[in-house]
Write a new protein. Structure first.
Length: 95
């Protein structure tokens, strides 16, 4: 589905985001973005992902629209943007 595409994934270090990253092995380029430096570190260390040479890791905040805009504009041919960034405890935040 993402063969020969450039994909940016926000929230790449989370449960859903990391699973999506693993499924993008046929993508031309994957830009994995997460606000957590530790989550990016863990993602880089995963055996399946370390075999991929087409992944760029960036620590950044998906809630910062200026950051997102600059990132997307800095890549000449972004085909797909996936937002998997989320709060962990949504039920706590809603009260």
């Amino acid at each position: 589905m993402y063969n020969d595409k450039t994909v940016i994934i926000f929230g790449a270090g989370g449960t859903i985001g990391s699973a999506v990253c693993k499924s993008l092995f046929n993508a031309r380029k994957v830009i994995a973005v997460d606000i957590s430096e530790y989550a990016i570190y863990k993602l880089k260390r995963e055996e399946f992902i370390t075999q991929q040479t087409n992944v760029t890791y960036i620590v950044g905040d998906a809630a910062n629209t200026q950051f997102c805009k600059l990132l997307i504009e800095s890549e000449p041919s972004v085909d797909v943007v996936i937002n998997a960034a989320a709060y962990k405890h949504v039920d706590i935040l809603g009260k």
